[in-house]
Design a protein around this ligand. Sequence first.
Ligand code: SF4
Length: 353
Amino acid sequence: MKKLLHIGPLAIGGTSPVRVESMLKVPLSRPEECLAQCNALGRASCELVRVAFPSPDLSGELRMLNAESTVPLMADIHFDPALALAALEAGVPSIRINPGNMARNRLRDVVRSARERKAVIRIGANGGSLNAAQLAKCRGVLSDGLAAAVEEQLHLLLDEGFDDIILSAKSSSVADTLRANALLSARYPDFPLHIGITESGSGSDGLVKSAAGLALLLGQGMGDTIRVSLTEPPEAEVAAGFSLLRALGLRKKGVTVISCPTCGRRRIDVRGLLDSLSACFETLPDDTTVAVMGCEVNGPQEARDADFGIAGTAAGVAVFRRGEILRNVALGDVPAVVAEFASEIRRERKREN
Ligand code: SF4
């Protein structure tokens, strides 16, 4: 079993569910905006927020953010061990570093400070972080180079007697990311893995690329914490992360909406209805599946696995549960139907527990 780590109150590894994280997209020099983004991420159920920490001059800002954020932080450090020490002194419960870039005596200081504060260290490599020697050594096979670079960093920490470590090997190539993580998992099965596809893009292309890579990894049991890296607001990364985990049956957070693609039989504007109901669906309890189908002929049966659903009729919509039509209502009554099922599902779950 994976080693169980704690980043503040957040458990990662062990028997914990796969965690969903993101990264702040505003600089720490604008601390109030950072805090607003952290707390917006908290409301979106994000479980860990990485924050770039580029200068010791921003230690006060980092300290404030760490104290006020509703989500645990990971300070992202490049090169400078003084920054890692400053982040730990500011109270941040986890740091992301590259030990290979640090002089041995300074790395020792960082490890000592992390150990004293029970902080977790994430190490890792990505496609752009390999140096010329590492690239030459892997003879251009990026996945081998990524795994070897992480291995090198891991041994530096293990040699210092530190093992509260999360590993990460990422690339913008799905194939390289898969292979690098497969190598790491096989060699170091005890360490939690952070997984993601870097620079995957925006919109549907970015989502598909991230989802393809992450699903292939998660489907093989790899990945303890994920980030869906998108050129989008960070809340969109978190929503995509939970959506993916729900689709794979790995987390129950959130509501699953089934909707038909529509065809010539459709009786209602399914797309428009979904848009108008999105806020309403957010009031449903976690792990609810709701269906919106274009017609009553096939809809209820096609979506019989849903907790409840609506299907277009000539006069409005039919409300159905587990494939059976219960009644017909006008389109305008749908929000009230959703509220009714929200209460009913909550009551049922209370009884079951
Ligand atoms: S539910 Fe009806 S409208 Fe939607 S795809 Fe199926 S047959 Fe077509």
